[in-house]
Design a binder for this molecule. Structure first.
Ligand SMILES: CC(C)(COP(=O)(O)OP(=O)(O)OC[C@H]1O[C@@H](n2cnc3c(N)ncnc32)[C@H](O)[C@@H]1OP(=O)(O)O)[C@@H](O)C(=O)NCCC(=O)NCCS
Length: 167
């Protein structure tokens, strides 16, 4: 059984070796733009200050159970037009395919709509079936396919734009 899933504020205590190891693990970051650089304490601190310095960012740690075991992060960045872009990863692979990603997307969607987002979007590589399925399960629908938009494993690939509106 998967323990209770919560999103909690990401304070500086989350800037640790575990988080750095996730960001440097190609099996975690294959579909994430963070893969283009090597991460260390200095780079994650700089990123943290940049994200936290912008109140349009909703950034949370995904934690499980009573001891708040940290398994990944999720972020929603709101534009001035009220569109929120969601991105996430489950870094602890022991907790993949256990409903954590789906629960986290649902929770952050509720938060974003709660602060006035009028539309949510997620950009997903066309070969990222796990993410496509996760957003589809959260009632996101395919709005557009951006052809040849990215490079995946050395080849040009399509990017899929999923969207969700408030109920
Ligand atoms: C995408 C990601 C967040 C999904 O998290 P998760 O906790 O494993 O997802 P869930 O357990 O909620 O699964 C959601 C659905 O996706 C399916 N799924 C998950 N991983 C899958 C995989 N590797 N292959 C095929 N389907 C997969 C699940 O089976 C489930 O569908 P189902 O209920 O029909 O069986 C996770 O795989 C991840 O962190 N990937 C690396 C980073 C990434 O790609 N982030 C998204 C960028 S847009």
């Amino acid at each position: 059984m998967t323990p209770r899933i919560q999103l909690i504020s990401l304070d500086r205590s989350f800037l640790n070796e575990k988080y750095i190891s996730w960001l440097n693990d190609p099996s975690v970051t294959r579909f994430l733009e963070v893969r283009h650089q090597t991460h260390n304490f200095s780079t994650i601190t700089e990123y943290y200050d940049q994200i936290m310095g912008n109140p349009q960012n909703i950034w949370r740690a995904i934690v499980l159970g009573d001891n708040a075991h940290h398994v990944g992060n999720i972020k929603c960045t709101l534009t001035r037009y009220g569109v929120g872009e969601i991105s996430l990863f489950i870094g602890d692979k022991n907790y993949r395919r256990r409903g954590v990603g789906t629960a986290a997307v649902r929770l952050i969607s509720d938060i974003a709509f709660g602060v006035g987002a009028v539309k949510l979007v997620a950009f997903v590589y066309s070969s990222n079936y796990a993410s496509q399925r996760t957003f589809s399960k959260c009632e996101f629908t395919l709005e557009a396919v951006l052809h040849n938009e990215v490079i995946d494993m050395g080849k040009r690939a399509d990017l899929m734009r999923f969207v969700k509106y408030p109920c």
